[in-house]
Design a protein around this ligand. Structure first.
Ligand code: AMP
Ligand code: MG
Length: 428
């Protein structure tokens, strides 16, 4: 029998005073709250440390990078051909006297005079007197004469097929600001200015605390009503992929005293991620224990599916997220909220979250009210990307996630989308 999937229910009758809802925000306001809280609390940047150029990949710059000389350092040919004076080609075809050759890495000793040219290779410096390069494709060598002559069939504009000295950047210009995430482009830029070591921000340590009496560790054989701890591992993977350091803490039972102890340990890291125990069930004790620890809770619900019971707050100076325990909820809320939070905690100046756009493959209907992030398959060609939702049995359906390569985003107020309409997609 197929059972339709259920939403995360709210059991009002189980609410104790400590578990009363603080605030349920919509997706956008929750994201803004996370970003603002972290930005406002960042009175000091993370400490810097020096690493080798290649070890800086994925890290955040703790220092700005400036141009050590002009870029390019000399006016450079961008084509193979002949360095010419553009005015000499006012009338074409024109016959130019070939006076030499220049290749990348050296310079031409003389100067190009009226109706003269120098053979030039891509990457070579422009000889004195010349002001443009004519591509070899528009020329022909004239053989059998005393002097070597080049016939040029097309005129060129001043500066054509050249990049002028300093036109990309001047010596001393800012090339990469502090707070920039280092990807392959930044690696190339730093190599180009000769940086062998880089000052980067220290990586945040992220404590990971799964909760639940039914959750068992991988080495154990689960009893008939127990489940294995997968959230701790997906979270470690997500934290590591965000270039932060995961600190797994072991499983906390649904018992106040033990939770209290383990949360206190987790709050010694730069960020604490809890999984489970944040719904409205009688044994969802995480919020209560956090409140006992003097936590400030900024929200304890977001109008999203999956992931509605998400909690965000700060205790003893450390931010924490109480992530809902269902595996898809844990993973989606990490991508939507924790990843951007970690970017800021790592010293990055932005909290990026990139969506793609694709056409919906088939009509979709649902009850409006929550911004949905449904497991989907994105395929098609680059000019016609198509996304289809995968069948899923709700936020615990880990197999469905592994048939998906993205999350299909449905705006809060939307109940129906027709096939062919453009929708947002969050890559996974
Ligand atoms: P909770 O948020 O504690 O109500 O848990 C929601 C669902 O997620 C329950 O079905 C839990 O068994 C499951 N769950 C909680 N923690 C984990 C975990 N660490 N790994 C996998 N599933 C979990
Ligand atoms: Mg639980």
């Amino acid at each position: 029998m197929r059972v339709p999937h259920t939403c995360e229910h709210v059991w009002d009758s189980f609410l104790s005073p400590a578990q009363e809802t603080v605030a349920i925000l919509n997706f956008q306001s929750a994201r803004e709250t996370v970003i603002e809280q972290i930005l406002h609390s960042r009175f000091s940047q993370p400490k810097p440390e020096t690493v080798s150029l290649m070890d800086s990949l994925g890290r955040v710059l703790a220092e700005p990078v400036h141009a050590d000389r002009d870029f390019p350092p000399f006016s450079r040919a961008t084509r193979d051909g002949y360095a010419v004076r553009s005015a000499d080609l006012a009338h074409v075809p024109a016959q130019l006297r070939l006076i030499g050759q220049v290749k990348a890495g050296s310079a031409f000793a003389g100067s190009v005079g009226k109706m003269e040219c120098v053979e030039i290779m891509t990457g070579a410096p422009l000889p004195q007197g010349a002001d443009a390069v004519v591509m070899v494709e528009y020329t022909r060598e004239q053989k059998g004469q005393r002097e070597k002559m080049i016939e040029v069939q097309r005129g060129v504009a001043l500066g054509e097929n050249l990049v002028g000295q300093g036109s990309e950047a001047r010596q001393g210009d800012l090339l990469l600001p502090k707070g920039k995430r280092i990807g392959y482009g930044e690696i190339a830029m730093m190599a180009a200015v000769g940086k062998q070591t880089v000052s980067v921000c220290r990586q945040p340590q992220v404590a990971i605390l799964p909760t639940g009496d039914e959750v068992v560790e991988l080495g154990e054989t689960p009893g008939p009503y127990q489940i294995r701890n997968s959230n701790s591992y997906s979270l470690q993977a997500q934290v590591a992929s965000a270039h932060a350091i995961p600190v797994p803490l072991g499983i906390a039972p649904d018992r106040e005293d033990r939770l209290h102890e383990m949360i206190a340990v987790g709050l010694q890291s730069d960020l604490l991620l809890l999984s489970g125990g944040v719904s409205m069930g009688k044994f969802d004790l995480v919020e209560k224990v956090l409140a006992d620890l003097g936590a400030e809770i900024f929200f304890d619900g977001v109008a999203i599916q999956p992931g509605r019971p998400l909690v965000f707050g700060r205790a003893k100076g450390t931010f924490f997220f109480g992530l809902p325990g269902n595996p898809l909820s844990t993973m989606v809320t990490f991508e939507l909220f924790v990843r951007p939070a970690l970017a800021l905690l790592a010293g990055e100046s932005a909290a990026p979250l990139t969506f793609l756009r694709a056409r919906l493959a088939k009509n979709l209907q649902r009850k409006a009210g929550l911004t949905a992030f449904l497991p989907g398959v994105l395929e098609g060609s680059y000019h016609n990307p198509v996304v289809s939702p995968v069948e899923w049995r709700g936020s615990g359906d880990l197999p469905s996630l592994n048939r998906a390569n993205c999350y299909l985003v449905i705006p809060e107020e939307t109940a129906e989308i027709s096939a062919g309409e453009w929708v947002s997609v969050l890559p996974r």
